[in-house]
Design a protein around this ligand. Structure first.
Ligand SMILES: Nc1ncnc2c1ncn2[C@@H]1O[C@H](COP(=O)(O)OP(=O)(O)OP(=O)(O)O)[C@@H](O)[C@H]1O
Ligand SMILES: [K+]
Ligand SMILES: [Mg+2]
Length: 697
């Protein structure tokens, strides 16, 4: 059978998908329609209070609506029913634009959650009961430990472990990857199946491993739904800041009323409301939550699941990135390419031992060693099927077999095997082992020592290749100011060679899993945010400890539960995309805040002279835009204030242009672009609107 790979290496995608407008960004018409409906529901005051800036606009609209009915409600006023009505309409539209931005950002997540929910309610199971009969039950009735049979073209009802059979499974509902993967009993990765995926050949007998309501699909639905609701720490801080600014402007505007009456200037309440709305940071207030949600959405489109926006945002601020070597920096398919015997050992003896040591080793390293040794003349021995296997573990860093004839054969990391022969057999380590090890390691290959009954016979050379483009990606990270640390169980020489080839900043070699945890704690103690990827159960503590823990979908359940992000493509280098998405989210927020505040300056020049024109004709000097009438000045400023929101929605959803540059360079670039741009744009915009209004008024 032609085995499809379970880990398709996703092509090196551009850091952030380019998109020029909403439709190109994948916001097709069904999403637009849904967003229209949702944006109306969001007028509910209980939803509005969560966004204090827009809530002030909402309250302002209430006030001007009352004035539309009764213009002299709060005292004598020049403002007509119509004028108050127009102001009200603009304010309502302003709030609606903000609602729409948020609804649009939420759209894809909602659609995804709905389709996952649909899959989950469809699931039925053929449960095997005591006497071997089958009964059909709803998937929600399944318990941990139940046995189910899934035939061709049926959906797997619940997460589980294959205990019998071999079949192709289409996992595209979960991973989006259309190539089927093979599932079979026995192997670690290939035996675990996910509820909701589809058997497309043969049939499988599965033991359920998840409790009802706690399957991966259930958790995925919860993730997609909840990730969008929580505000990130940075977003909360900005909301507080914007609220304080808003409060200050409200107070300033309220203080203007006594000043005006002292000056005998009669100020319309609607104009005061307009002044407040123009001055408070409505642009960023309207787009803030959309930016955060769009960040999570982008993570999802890169086929990663985030438990919260916090994880994505933390990725944007990451200082240290911890990567393992095999499978992350290198392709990970380590192949035996040479056998080097120590002095006094024959090549044939080493070859035979390397073969026997790999009998039960189902890892790529083990399989390739066995194949290589057989090609080099190793022969199966009588009774080898009765041997006892020792599987490889990251803790011992060795694997091997105990043969019925009494031979105990081990292979593993050179330092581990050396320690093992001295401690268990009190045997010396051959003097030329170091030279052989270095010979292998200097080529960036992994040396494995082979020992038989405590005698080290030689070294297996395992070759691996760097992933394409990895050097560029490391370079990009460096320009973004991120330090890369490779932590590997391999020996220091191999590790250093590979790290130099790939361009990493630091290496920790001969590391066991707990050393990853120690390293992360050490970095965090210095106030740095740390990201790491992992897939094994022994990575789980480190994944939980890291600020950004990205687990592979093909990894074990504990790893996926500990992590705050899951990569459905199981490609560890996606951490780099995540960093880009996080940074882009932070930068977009900063750019639009700058723009929003710079924008308000022009509105002073439009509204203040208009308010006081009769009492203080000198203020007309401020009317640098030469706006036609006080009323048209105020309306133009308000209309501009509203229109800028939908104009910036695509930017908020797509994110500002992002390049892997240092934070400082990006900061100054954005200050120029969005600060200066934000200052100038409204002068032009308000003037144009004013000219337009002159035609209709
Ligand atoms: N199948 C195997 N049998 C014996 N020893 C192995 C086997 N696979 C790996 N080793 C040895 O154990 C060491 C640690 O392997 P492991 O895959 O746990 O590394 P790691 O800590 O995940 O780091 P990395 O993946 O970056 O190499 C390897 O460097 C190698 O020396
Ligand atoms: K404003
Ligand atoms: Mg590894």
């Amino acid at each position: 059978m032609n085995r499809p790979t379970a880990h398709p290496l996703s092509p090196q995608a551009p850091l952030v998908p380019p998109a020029s407008h909403l439709v190109a960004a994948g916001y097709g018409s069904p999403l637009l329609k849904q967003a229209l409906v949702d944006s109306l529901i969001k007028f509910d005051p209980r939803q509005q209070v969560r966004n204090p800036v827009m809530f002030v606009v909402w309250l302002g609209a209430l006030v001007t609506a009352a004035l539309t009915v009764s213009p002299t409600l709060f005292g004598p006023s020049h403002a007509s029913h119509l004028y108050n009505g127009v102001v009200t309409a603009i304010l309502v539209i302003t709030v609606w634009f903000a609602n729409f931005a948020e609804a649009l950002a939420e759209g894809r997540g909602k659609a995804k959650a709905a389709s996952l929910r649909h899959t989950s309610t469809e699931l039925h199971a053929r449960r095997i009961v005591a006497d071997g009969r089958e009964e059909t039950v709803s998937a929600s009735a399944l318990n941990k430990g139940d046995l189910v049979r899934v035939e061709r073209d049926e959906l797997i009802p619940m997460d589980g472990e294959v205990i019998d059979g071999i079949a192709y499974v289409d996992e595209s509902v979960i991973t989006g990857e259309s190539a089927p993967v093979i599932k079979e009993a026995g192997s670690d990765v290939a035996s675990s199946v996910t509820g909701g995926t589809k058997v497309i050949s043969d049939s499988l007998l599965i033991r359920v491993t998840a409790s009802p309501g706690d399957s991966f699909l259930d958790r995925m639905i919860r993730l997609v739904e909840s990730a969008q609701r929580q505000k990130t720490p940075n977003e909360i801080a900005l909301t507080v800041l914007l609220s304080v600014l808003t409060l200050i402007f409200v107070i300033v505007a309220a203080a203007m009323a006594p000043v005006a009456s002292y000056l005998k200037a009669q100020i319309n309440v609607a104009d005061l409301v307009a002044l407040i709305v123009a001055l408070i940071p409505t642009t960023i207030g309207a787009l803030l939550s959309a930016i955060g949600i769009a960040g999570i959405d982008r993570t999802m489109r890169f086929n990663m699941l985030a438990t919260s926006g916090k994880a994505v945002e933390a990725a944007g601020d990451v200082h240290t990135l911890i990567l393992d070597k095999t499978g992350t920096i290198t392709v990970g398919n380590r192949m035996a390419t040479a056998l080097l015997p120590v002095a006094g050992c024959s090549a044939a003896r080493l070859t035979q031992a390397a073969y026997l040591a790999s009998l039960f080793d189902n890892t790529p390293e083990g399989r390739s060693t066995a194949t290589y040794a057989l090609n080099e003349g190793a022969r199966p021995v009588v009774g080898q099927d009765k041997a006892v296997g020792t599987e490889f573990s990251a803790e011992t860093r060795m694997s091997g077999s105990d043969l019925p004839d009494g031979r105990v054969i081990r292979k593993g990391a050179v330092d581990s095997v050396s320690r093992y022969v001295t401690e268990h057999y009190s045997r010396p380590v051959p003097p030329d082992l170091t030279a052989l090890t270095e010979q292998v390691a200097r080529q960036g290959a992994t040396p494995l020592a082979v020992a038989e009954n405590g005698d080290i016979l030689g070294v297996i050379m395992l070759s691996d290749v760097l992933k394409t483009g990895i050097r560029d990606r490391m370079e990009q990270l460096r320009t973004m100011g991120i330090r890369t640390v490779m932590v590997t169980g391999d020996n220091p020489v191999t590790a250093t060679v590979i790290a130099a080839e790939a361009g990493l900043d630091e290496v920790v070699a001969e590391a066991r899993p707990e050393e990853k945890l120690t390293l992360i704690r050490r970095e965090q103690a210095q106030g740095r945010l740390v990201a790491m990827t992992g897939d094994g159960t022994n990575d789980a503590p480190a994944l939980a400890q890291a600020d950004v823990g990205l687990a592979m979908y093909t990894g074990t359940m504990p790893a996926k539960e500990a992590a705050n992000l899951i990569d459905l493509d199981s490609d560890p280098t996606k951490l780099l995309d995540l960093v880009a998405i996080g940074k882009q989210m932070l930068i977009t927020r900063g750019a639009l805040t700058t723009f929003s505040i710079a924008n308000d300056v022009a509105k002073y020049f439009a509204i203040l002279p208009a308010l006081f024109i009769t009492a203080l004709p000198g203020l007309n000097a401020l009317n640098v835009m030469g706006l036609a009438t006080p009323q048209s000045a105020i309306l133009s400023a308000l209309i501009f204030n509203a229109l800028i929101i939908p104009l910036l929605i695509p930017l908020a959803l797509r994110g500002v242009r992002f390049q892997p540059k240092s934070a400082e360079v990006m900061f100054y670039r954005n200050l120029m672009l969005y600060g200066v741009g934000g200052l100038i744009a409204p002068f032009i915009g308000i003037k144009l609107i004013d000219l337009g209004l002159a035609l209709v008024m």
